[in-house]
Design a protein around this ligand. Sequence first.
Ligand code: SAM
Length: 299
Amino acid sequence: MGKLGSPQETIAILQKYGFHFQKKYGQNFLIDPRVLDKIIEAAEIGPEDYVLEIGPGIGTMTQALAEQARQVCAVEIDTKLIPILEETLKDYSNVTVVNEDIMKVDIGALAREHNEGRPIKVVANLPYYITTSIIMALFEKEVPLESVTVMVQKEVADRMQVGPGTKDYGALSLAVQYYASPYIVANVPPNCFIPRPAVGSAVIRLTRHEKPPIEVRDPDFMFRIIRASFNQRRKTLQNGLYNSSELQVSKEEVARALAQMGLSPSIRGEKLTLDQFARLADLLQDKEGQETGNPDEGR
Ligand code: SAM
């Protein structure tokens, strides 16, 4: 089996194995070698690198990664793709294929065992149905990570990199920007895949910060505030936080904290920067749960 990447080679191998695409696994295989080159270039893979690929499909990107990296671990959920990967990757002794759901893999253990605990690089054409869960799990589980270079839905890439005051700004933007700096490498149209997805795609590189760009006493508490603010996007921050089941803060506490920060009591969460959410979290944290007044008061 030669190098994959073109539509003809992809179709030939799919026919040889009688492979049927599974929609539930978000299978849209890349068939444009120029896009593949852009991903590999943006990921900056070197001969020392341990790379995790999520969802190798028939192994198109895996081959390209294996040519650059020291070691590649490719995690694929679909058992039907495993015999195909055995064929397409047989010439690459530095690739390990794991037939597993990525959400069940202990990625920290992979980094410890195969990369001496040093940060790994993640590269993938992600299945769109679980993009956000995969990215959040990578960051929140404190996996040693250097960068994540992935194909995602265009709209999701936009959400990851925008700032306050735009319609796409939300909990995902703030979470990604707390952990990493995002950079959109390329927009990719549906005709670069087989089958064609219904939406546009983009390659985004997230380079993990060595240290978060802001200081906050309890990041988990800040993210509870962020989630509560955007769960009730059309409410003012005061009402959104007060009504959240995840928090125990009174309207007055929120109003006082906003005043201390010089912000209007009617401000919405979508206007606050990451730094302002951090300050708000620090101000509210000491107060949480201290109020014992009538819970319906002021609603
Ligand atoms: N990397 C290939 C390419 O670019 O042509 C395939 C990309 S396709 C968008 C997504 C791949 O992820 C599919 O091979 C699919 O079977 C796999 N996948 C879906 N859900 C997964 C999961 N939970 N864990 C691991 N792999 C998954």
